[in-house]
Design a protein around this ligand. Structure first.
Ligand code: FAD
Length: 459
């Protein structure tokens, strides 16, 4: 690890509004913890920025000293790119303010805010926008990668709702970008991730959403193929208000879970509805009458729905995904059969999400090549013991291999860890990648921001 001289650190601390932590600081150990406990990198310095001026100084400091620069938002990236070994972490978590303009239906969000900050600020106005499926994910990393969540079939991907962003670029300048200002950079932020600079604030479009409904229906795993087929057939013509997915999981010890599914593999159908429960019950009739063995059905404010399925931090994580252009019975059978290999009991999830709706009909030009896929299979592995690593990783890879015959080949980088160069390019699509490489050359020609699904600068 680069050991920084006291003078260098003192220089950075002078006039820095936030905190500068080095390994000697008591707060350092907690400050480098990520969601994925497999990532244990040790930066030389963590700059906990309080605003854009701190970010610009931290970027300049890193560059002057030749330190590798990592950018941290919510710390949810499963690949662990929010940390660096020996370099500097630009930690944005203090920059979490959210300002809602109810008349314009927009929210201005600090680059380090989480979904929880966003949803708690918009809920009092009965407004919402597409967020991640849990409350603890960073709005920044989520939106810049594309942003897929419960409301996407109604309101589009998070990036479809991005109206403007403020970015500290590699040369330390602050750029405000939108359709009118720095349009190429603005386009690149719709899926291009953290490649182009540190996004210190984002402005997102909001939508009216006074209430939401949720249904979690449970079956023993043997029922999975039949349930999944019924779900697939229903989703083909489902209204855009319906979100959710099929999720094999370990049945939690909750009152709505029958004893035989507690701590055992269960097949769950999770249904979210952007609207009232009474209307949801009418629309979801065919799914609610499939004969489930356990149920949780409720009308809740969207901000509450967002925290209902928060994954626990502190686990070892391995995730992957495969986007499918169809889901024939054979694919359903393979998907369901492979659930038996996941580490269970554990918080792991074996997931099938539908897209369609406003995801499919959204703008086609953004670098999110996966948006036209009707389905995504997403193994999310979480476990505690290193001896389960091989099993957990093999299960996720085997599931991907099973799905290959129906894969579109497109990749959503936010859903995967580090899977090699080919998958990075597939995360943008080759044509988009070439255009992104030019934007990268304009705003970060030295590839200062390379801890991400990296786009190499090319003129
Ligand atoms: P970090 O690890 O802090 O950041 C990841 C990378 O994003 C950084 O290395 C950096 O390159 C970039 N970055 C983050 N913030 C900024 C910024 N302000 N400026 C510039 N670059 C930045 N994704 C979905 O689409 N839908 C989901 O439903 C969903 N659910 C999830 C649930 C859990 C429990 C977890 C762990 C992840 C989930 N994700 C989901 C994936 C998530 O969107 C990505 O991991 C995303 O990158 C996380 O962003 P972050 O800011 O929390 O992560």
């Amino acid at each position: 690890m680069t050991v920084l001289g006291e003078t260098a650190v003192a220089d950075l601390r002078t006039g820095f509004a936030g905190s500068v932590l080095t390994p000697e600081d008591p707060a350092y150990a907690d400050a480098r913890v990520l969601f994925n406990s497999m990532i244990t990198k040790r930066p030389s310095v963590i700059a906990q920025c309080a605003g854009g001026a701190d970010v610009a100084r931290a970027v300049a400091f890193g560059r002057e000293l030749g330190l590798e620069i990592a950018v941290r938002g919510g710390g949810h990236g499963v690949a662990g790119t929010a940390l660096t070994d020996g370099g500097i972490v630009i930690d944005l978590r203090r920059m979490n303010a959210v300002t809602v303009d109810p008349a314009k239906r927009t929210a201005r969000i600090g680059g380090g805010a989480t979904m929880s900050h966003l949803d708690r600020a918009t809920q009092p106005f009965d407004l919402a926008t597409t967020g991640g499926r849990v409350s603890t994910t960073g709005v920044g990393g989520f939106t810049l990668g594309g942003g897929s969540g419960w409301l996407e079939r109604k309101f589009g991907l998070a990036c479809d709702n991005l109206l403007a962003a403020e970015v500290v670029t590699a040369d330390g300048n602050t750029v405000v970008c939108s359709e009118e200002s720095h349009p190429e950079l603005f386009w690149a932020l719709h899926g291009g991730g953290g490649n182009f600079g540190v996004v210190t604030s984002l402005t997102l479009r909001l939508h009216p959403l006074p209430t939401a409904a949720v249904a979690l229906l449970l079956w023993r795993p043997e029922a999975g193929p039949e349930v999944t087929r019924a779900y697939r057939d229903f989703m083909e013509n489902a209204p855009e208000e319906v979100g959710g997915g099929i999720i094999y999981l370990t049945g939690p010890a909750e009152p709505f879970v029958p004893a035989h599914l507690v701590n055992s593999l269960a097949c769950a159908m999770l249904i979210t509805y952007a609207g009232e429960l009474t209307r949801a019950r009418q629309v979801l009739g065919p799914l609610l009458s499939l004969g489930h063995e356990g149920e949780l059905i409720a009308e809740v404010p969207y901000a509450e729905l967002q925290c209902m399925f928060d994954d626990p931090p502190g686990y070892r994580n391995y995730w992957s995904a495969e986007h499918l252009d169809e889901l024939p019975d054979k694919a359903v059978d393979l998907f369901c059969a492979r659930a038996r290999d996941m580490v269970c009991p554990s918080p792991s999830q074996h997931v099938l999400f539908p897209y369609g709706g406003a995801v499919a009909s959204g703008p086609s030009g953004y670098p999110v090549p996966w948006r036209r896929a009707p389905w995504v299979v997403h193994p999310l592995g979480l476990w505690t013991e290193p001896e389960d690593d091989d099993r957990g990783i093999r299960w996720a890879r085997d599931l991907r291999a099973d799905m290959k015959p129906w894969s579109t080949g497109a990749v959503y980088s936010n859903f995967i860890g580090q899977e090699g160069r080919e998958r990075v390019v597939a995360g943008y699509g080759l044509e988009n990648y070439r255009r992104l490489a030019k934007v990268k050359a304009a705003y970060d020609p030295d590839n200062v921001f390379h801890l991400n699904p990296n786009i190499r600068p090319e003129k």
